[in-house]
Design a protein around this ligand. Sequence first.
Ligand SMILES: Nc1nc2c(c(=O)[nH]1)N(C=O)[C@@H](CNc1ccc(C(=O)N[C@@H](CCC(=O)O)C(=O)O)cc1)CN2
Ligand SMILES: Nc1nc2c(ncn2[C@@H]2O[C@H](COP(=O)(O)OP(=O)(O)OP(=O)(O)O)[C@@H](O)[C@H]2O)c(=O)[nH]1
Length: 522
Amino acid sequence: MSEANDEHRVHVHRVVTDNTTMLSKLNLCGVRVSKQIARVFALKKYEKFARNCYSTIFALSSGLQPRGNAIAIIRVSGPETIDVIDGLTRGKSQKMLAKTRTAVLCSLYDPQTNDLIDKAIVIYFPSASSYTGEDLCELHVHGSHAVVSSLLEVIGKFNGCRPSEAGEFTKRAFLNGKIDLTEAEGISHLIAAQTTAQRRNALKAVTGVLTQHYDNWRRTLLEIIAYLEANIDFSEDQLLDEEMLNGVVKKATSLKDEINTFLTETTKKSERIIHGLEIAIMGEPNVGKSSLINKLCQRQVSIVSPISGTTRDIVETHLDVGGYAVRICDTAGIKDLSAPLTDVIEEEGIKRAITRAQSVDLIIYVIDGSKDDIETAIENSQKHSQIMKNAACIIFVVNKMDLISDKMVKMWKENKSKQNICILSCKTSEGFEDFIDILTKNIDTLCGQSLNEEAIFSTERHKTHLYKVSENIESGLSHYKKDLAISAHYFREACKELSFITGRISTEDILDVIFKDFCIGK
Ligand SMILES: Nc1nc2c(c(=O)[nH]1)N(C=O)[C@@H](CNc1ccc(C(=O)N[C@@H](CCC(=O)O)C(=O)O)cc1)CN2
Ligand SMILES: Nc1nc2c(ncn2[C@@H]2O[C@H](COP(=O)(O)OP(=O)(O)OP(=O)(O)O)[C@@H](O)[C@H]2O)c(=O)[nH]1
């Protein structure tokens, strides 16, 4: 969703709520009309033209496999919905009107040829209680290509009906005030969700948890603005209420801190859930990195061989670990970087491994337990610590446990509590379950799901606005001592940016807060 698009929606939303019904109908067809032109269109004599712009949309809302599906759902939304039902059911629309939001078995015909298209389940949602906020009907038909294409063709012949554009049902739901922008974004993420974490994350937006979160921040800003404005108006003949102003500053500072934490930590977690957490498997050559990625993916992603330096390029794959989307890669074994390398391809491989290590969230650092003792292994890994310093988390995996004496295994295990260490064997699978447990726990922390109740869904768009919110609060705070009016201006800007996120803008709310929360006589 582009920035320009959002602003356009906000603009349209505002126009829709501010002006006449006809104007809102004009805006619903997606064209930006100047207020002046809109007013002209709104005149009764142009009603017919306006009605044409305000079309009824239809689309297949369920998917359709090449060999068909058991059931397919076609949705129709807009003012002609009842006419479409009437035409398709040979005048049974009265029955549907009497049974709103109820599944009714109906035969659907082509009104021009009287040809029976299908026996379907039809549900009629009146505008007051539909997904889009317009009259809407769902036609649940047998999911064959023949039924679906015939029906779509027939609906397209009704007056004022046209196929919908991508996301247009949800766009109308937003324009009609059924959902806000974050809820609309949540719906699109919910549809795209492939993992449990992505589903839960998107649901936080769909269920309005996120809206509440932003609304709470907005309310705090409105309170601050109300207090400041009250003091601008009354400070000339009354003493400034220092205590109250200090309270406002405290409130604004803690809000700014909260938003900044949200921006640096919470949004990062949401990004990891949405785009997949990035993991790199690193370590010296021949320690078993490729064996580990293959074991994790349960297929031969990367070549395993006893020859040192087998993996040259980055080998990347996608995984679902404990309900989280993960992008994991195997990298070339890194050697002592101070020693000169003779093989140019291996050198390039190592360079790529290092670059990747600097951008991932989590590094799995593999050690050959049969070769090194604890001290040497840790010493060696520390040589690479500079490379790994950007990763939010490192897990050490001591591999080839099957080759280690019981005494050594005991020593490694005693060391285990001190670091994020797992001991396992890619060959025998011993210790692998514990490793998956530790890996999942670490991913849990990096994605913030341990804080289950926290609203964390966020997108780049939210971040852009939130940075501006934070900047404006900062400016508001730096001005409040010098000039209350300028300070209030910055807080209003912050509030406006926050309103862009949810797609609502209003000044009425500010007045509301003044009269509700502020007592002039005091
Ligand atoms: N058949 C079908 N299944 C579906 C949908 C749908 O549109 N049709 N949905 C589509 O996304 C999802 C469910 N979400 C929905 C959200 C709101 C409304 C709706 O009619 N809202 C009205 C009434 C609310 C109420 O009665 O509580 C409204 O908001 O006014 C319908 C479905 C998933 N399953
Ligand atoms: N005994 C035993 N051998 C293992 C184990 N894991 C890997 N190996 C062997 O160790 C050798 C190297 O394994 P790889 O997975 O190719 O190691 P790598 O770290 O990817 O190697 P490079 O590509 O050189 O960086 C192969 O011969 C594997 O069969 C293990 O748990 N036990």
